[in-house]
Write a protein that binds this ligand. Structure first.
Ligand code: AMP
Length: 566
């Protein structure tokens, strides 16, 4: 029996209103059990707010202008209703639902029509992604009209969330792993291992439904299929890092560059960015370096690329980002902005996953297989007296600080744990999301130049404002940002423009203060934007829990921190 999208929407409403994570997991597990085999994978993606599998090259490419235009057309609503609802909850799905509720009576005529099934939704989403070339906007629009004109308010809410790619029910991938384990009665560890290897819990669930337990046991890393990155937490200083790692640890320079994951099979090399998008074409010299140095037939390696000047000294990050964004005349920019690669990990070599190997052994394997490519500068020590001068060396050479890596730790994809710790000497800048912006005055009157900055609530997925700034960007950056913000604006007219939470900026500040002004009860003092994080998506932004931890640490460790401005 085909499953209706309405059932999935109802499930999501229940999950979103659940306080208990256990209960939410049980609800999702019960739902997964009822699905047909080919519905499992898309249902998991939809529940997590994705139109397609995590690493599918397909993207919807539907602008907010198109989507909001369709919503207005099919509901015939006064658009202020949307703006008001969005300003109240900050949730685009809630706002869409409010509009649908308000106009329900007029639309009753179409509501008795046939209900949308999960399979039909999949087909429509693929058709939206596949629409290309001239007339593609109209084609996409027609499909979205067909989807939204028959939707009930709650279906509209979740269709919009899937189309925008932002679910916000608080149901994370971790909980989904638990739900899959529960639904199919497999040990959680097996599900997690498979999910790490494939990088997509939807696919894991699909394989299980079709092939059973045996299917999951055979799952392994595959070249050209990006692996989620292992991430680091923060340590206050080298002594704390040593304590956390129980004595000896590997300290490495923390380079201020961009992380890349390099996949090699025979003579072919593919490179993925931090967001796991394919950036191979932008980095031809890195492809050459890897091809000529790495002799292994199959490998997945990780490293940091740094932009350098002619003397080999690192130059600011925004220059590096120009390399990543460039798709034309790459040779010219490669000459202007040369790159250096520092490798630091190997995840897979000649048919074998190395994820479970202790870090020291992975590093040794890396050293043997990297040819002449530099590895990250490293010392292994249990002594803070030795680590302190190493930190100073890193900073003197223009790098960010140190990474401390636990010697016996496996590589845990997608996890931000304590096995990797970053040690930086300044108050950590925050990666925040722009949630609204105001038009400037006088010279800046043409630009949205005052930005509201928000951190992500890891529990609810909500973006909570903690500051506002008009400082730090160049005129050209503000002009460009104005265009981008207007394209994702959800309110029209007025001095303050509320936008979809899409753009991430790195923000420096001098202090975090208590403040009644924001719902988060915290505010940044002297906030200034230090760069636009093109490489980060809203879900990679720092969390409100993390901001709170820094806030509390200010009191615990006052005096030990230099602020970035000092
Ligand atoms: P953050 O982005 O602040 O969470 O810091 C972690 C990032 O530091 C990684 O994702 C890498 O891009 C970067 N990094 C620089 N040097 C290293 C290193 N030696 N080992 C691991 N990551 C590094």
């Amino acid at each position: 029996m085909p499953t209706f999208f309405a059932s999935l929407a109802r499930l999501l409403e229940e999950i979103a209103s659940q306080q208990s994570r256990l209960q939410a997991t049980t609800l999702a597990a019960d739902f997964l059990k009822t699905l047909e085999p080919d519905e499992v994978e898309p249902a998991v993606s939809f529940i997590l707010g994705r139109a397609f599998q995590k690493y599918s090259p397909k993207t919807l490419e539907v602008s907010w202008a198109t989507l909001s235009g369709v919503l207005q057309r099919v509901t015939g609503a006064d658009w202020n209703v949307f703006g008001e609802a969005f300003s109240r909850t900050g949730d685009i799905g809630d706002a869409a639902m409010a509009v649908y509720e308000k106009t329900k009576r007029q639309r009753q005529a179409v509501l008795f029509q046939t209900s949308l099934t999960l399979t039909e939704l999949c087909r429509s989403l693929i058709a939206i992604a596949d629409a290309e070339g001239s007339g593609s906007r109209e084609k996409k629009e027609r499909i979205i009209i067909a989807l939204l004109s028959q939707a009930s308010p709650v279906e509209a809410k979740y269709l919009v969330k899937i189309l925008v790619g932002e679910m916000r029910t608080g149901f994370s991938e971790g909980l989904m792993e638990q739900a899959v384990a529960k639904a199919f009665e497999v040990p959680l560890g097996t599900v997690q291992r498979a999910s790490m290897a494939l990088g997509d819990i939807g696919e894991v669930a699909g394989i299980f439904k079709v092939q059973g337990k045996a299917g999951l046991e055979n799952v392994s890393l595959q070249v050209f299929r990006p692996v989620e990155l292992m991430l680091a937490q923060v340590a206050n200083n080298v002594a704390d890092a040593l304590k956390e790692h129980g004595g000896e640890t590997a300290f490495e320079f923390k380079y201020d560059g961009a992380r890349i994951q390099i996949h090699k099979l025979g003579g072919e090399v593919q490179i993925f960015s931090r967001c796991l998008t394919d950036v191979t074409r932008s980095l031809p010299e890195i492809v050459d370096t890897v091809t000529s140095n790495v002799k292994a037939g199959e490998a997945i390696l990780e490293g940091e690329v740094v932009a350098v000047d002619s003397g080999g000294v690192p130059i600011p990050f925004q220059h590096l980002m120009r390399r990543f964004k460039r798709v034309h005349r790459i040779e010219d920019i490669a000459k202007q902005i040369p790159l250096r690669l520092f490798l630091f990990d190997v995840l897979y070599l000649d048919g074998k996953s190395l994820l479970e190997l202790p870090y020291v052994q992975r590093r040794q394997t890396l050293a043997k297989n990297a040819g002449k490519i530099a590895l990250t500068s490293q010392i292994v020590t249990s002594s803070a007296e030795k680590a302190e001068p190493f930190l100073k060396d890193a900073l003197d050479a223009g790098h960010e600080g140190l990474m401390a890596k636990k010697l016996d730790s496996p590589y845990t994809p997608g996890k931000r744990g304590k096995r990797w710790l970053k040690v930086k000497p300044v108050l950590e800048p925050l990666d925040l999301v722009i949630t609204a912006a105001e038009w400037g005055y006088r010279r800046r009157h043409k630009w949205l130049s005052d930005y509201y900055l928000a951190a992500r609530d890891a529990d609810s997925g909500e973006f909570l404002e903690i500051g506002k700034t008009f400082k730090g960007l160049t005129d050209a950056e503000m002009a460009n940002l104005t265009q981008r913000l207007q394209a994702i604006a959800v309110t029209q007219g007025g001095h303050r423009v509320v936008v979809l939470p899409k753009i991430v900026v790195e923000v420096a500040y001098n202090e975090i203060q208590r403040s009644p002004k924001y719902k988060s009860r915290m505010a940044l003092r002297f906030a200034r934007i230090t760069r636009i994080r093109e490489d980060k998506a809203a879900q990679d932004a720092d969390t409100i829990q993390w901001v709170r931890a820094i806030y509390e640490r200010q009191f615990a460790k006052k005096g030990r921190y230099k602020t970035a401005a000092n």
